[in-house]
Design a protein around this ligand. Structure first.
Ligand code: FAD
Ligand code: NAI
Length: 470
């Protein structure tokens, strides 16, 4: 196979493009196939990056409108230029996607624009985006499926990306809606609900379950709901949306209690449907290639990310588990390293999950509920940001750090933070867990003063009943 590639990656998201870079570094002749017209996948184009750009901008606006005065800064005549805000977000995205294209060149990865279809192990057919353009067949020793995920449909509600939007439409609204109804109190619902609330929309979140942020530690989820309520977001829990009607004046949603009962209607200018994401394998030709999927459509893989067909691998959102960019990246790296004869593995218990609301929520390892269910004996160390001097200087004292440590060995089993910069603070606990560290290890590490990270140290001390500042 002299002209053939060692590896063809299908899908240019964080999983696929990082895998391609690693393959290039390892000297594998590699191509990456992407149909979107830009690299970076969901994350960079319509996910992590544009949402965080808007979260940052809307946070500044909200701070100027509500918090500056407490610092003695009078921001009179404050106004919003949404076009500029959106333009900045778009530029962040385009600069980064071009950066990824440069990284492909730097690592000698061929970037092929088009839809990739697996004809058989070792053969990928590329359909270029231009109608009528000639298809080409590329040969390869290995194929890596990294085609990601797509928005889950909401039964009875048709997304038109104008009045009823998915996250993609919600990242690109032309005006601030007067009213926004978010269906789903998961990560997307709370992040994008926060963006539009801060910019002035009246936001109501409808959630099927009786709590928000499913999967998070229950104490964190409760505190988050209280905090967001203070910020003006309304919640309708244990409620399901069963239908939607659009008219010029807005959308009328039909809802009913999950436990059964009277149907209700609610009106909103814009509805955001954010009830999860599904694996994306359309057009890949998996049936013909004989690649097995589970009953929810996720591609099945073994511990080396190999599918049931030799030479065909898969990573990222398309194989299930946490739908996170950094999880997809790490899987891509391990998969390629194993392919190249090296070894590697992923500790799925040490993958942090972060919600970029304000305050942020960050979580790693087991929740208290999971430890209780598993019958594990554990100590809890908790420290509130009200007792942290830096948080006080910053006037940002909402939230706490909670560390869960094994009662017998003191090993850190989990950490859950709600508070300022939680997403960065969690990282030292991730390192501790990766190195099989204990609460005592974190407590004995010198933390700079005054710093938010001292709250992590204090929570670690508290796990053994000896916090200093509480
Ligand atoms: P994707 O990023 O989905 O990339 C797959 C790519 O494959 C796509 O570009 C697609 O066009 C391409 N493709 C599909 N089929 C073919 C084909 N046949 N041929 C060629 N190309 C194909 N995660 C975080 O960790 N942090 C965050 O802050 C975060 N924020 C998010 C915000 C939003 C609004 C959304 C929607 C998601 C967010 N996520 C976040 C999740 C994150 O985007 C995904 O977990 C991540 O993008 C998955 O990476 P992936 O490489 O598996 O797939
Ligand atoms: P999600 O799974 O986080 O939340 C969906 C929510 O919708 C759940 O609370 C669920 O109970 C609820 N729901 C489901 N059906 C419903 C119905 N009919 N009516 C009302 N509520 C209903 O999914 P989300 O928010 O769409 O995000 C998708 C993925 O994207 C997540 O898996 C997440 O990992 C990833 N993501 C990650 C981010 C981050 O890391 N900061 C940011 C945004 C997305």
């Amino acid at each position: 196979m002299s002209d053939a590639y060692d590896l063809i990656v299908i899908g240019g998201g964080p999983g696929g493009y990082v895998a391609a870079i690693r393959a290039g570094q390892l000297g594998l002749k590699t191509a990456i196939v992407e149909k979107r017209g830009a690299l970076g996948g969901t994350c960079l184009n319509v996910g992590c990056i544009p949402s965080k750009a808007l979260l940052q901008s809307s946070h500044h606006y909200h701070m100027a409108a509500t918090e500056f005065e407490h610092h003695g800064i009078i921001a009179k005549g404050l106004s919003l230029d949404l076009k500029v805000m959106m333009g900045r977000k778009d530029k962040v995205v385009s600069d980064l996607t071009q950066g990824v294209e440069f990284l492909m060149k730097k690592n000698k990865v061929d970037y092929v624009i088009g839809e990739g279809t697996i004809k058989a192990a070792g053969e990928v057919v590329i359909t270029p985006p231009k109608k009528g353009a000639k298809k080409q067949t590329l040969k390869t020793d290995n194929i890596l499926i990294a085609t990601g995920s797509d928005v889950a449909p909401l039964p009875g509600v048709k997304i038109d990306e104008k009045q009823i939007v998915s996250s993609t439409g919600a990242l690109d609204l032309k005006t601030v809606p007067k009213t926004l109804c978010v269906v789903g109190a998961g990560v997307i619902g709370l992040e994008l609900g926060s963006v539009w609330r801060r910019l002035g929309a009246k936001v109501t979140v409808v959630e099927f379950l009786d709590h928000i942020l499913p999967g998070m530690d229950a104490e964190i989820s409760k505190q988050m709901q209280r905090t967001l309520k203070k910020q003006g977001i309304e919640f309708k829990l244990s409620t399901k949306v069963t239908g939607a009607k659009t008219a010029k004046a807005g959308v009328t949603l039909t809802t009913e209690p999950v436990a059964g009962g009277k149907k209700e209607t609610m009106k909103a200018e814009i509805v955001l449907a954010a009830i999860g994401r599904l694996p994306f394998t359309n057009g890949l030709g998996l049936d013909k290639a004989g690649v097995e999927m589970d009953d929810r459509g996720f591609v099945k893989v073994d511990e080396d990310f190999q599918t049931n067909v030799e030479g065909i691998f898969a990573i990222g959102d398309v194989i299930g588990g946490a739908m996170l960019a950094h999880k997809a990246e790490d899987e891509g790296v391990v998969c390629v390293e194993v392919m190249a004869g090296q070894s590697g593995h992923i500790d799925y218990d040490s993958i942090p999950g972060i919600v970029y609301t304000w305050p942020e929520v960050a979580s790693v390892g087991k929740t208290e509920e999971q430890l209780k269910d598993a019958g594990v004996k554990y100590n809890v160390g908790k420290f509130p940001f009200t007792a942290n001097s830096r948080a006080r200087c910053n006037a940002d004292t909402d939230g706490f750090v909670k560390i869960l440590a094994d009662a017998a060995t003191d090993a850190v089993l989990g950490c859950h933070i709600i508070g300022p910069e939680a997403g960065d603070l969690i990282q030292e606990v991730v390192v501790a867990m990766e190195l099989s560290g204990s609460a005592e290890d974190i407590a004995r590490i010198c933390h700079g003063h005054p710093g938010l990270s001292e709250a992590v140290k204090e929570a670690a001390l508290a796990a053994n009943g000896r916090a200093f500042h509480m």
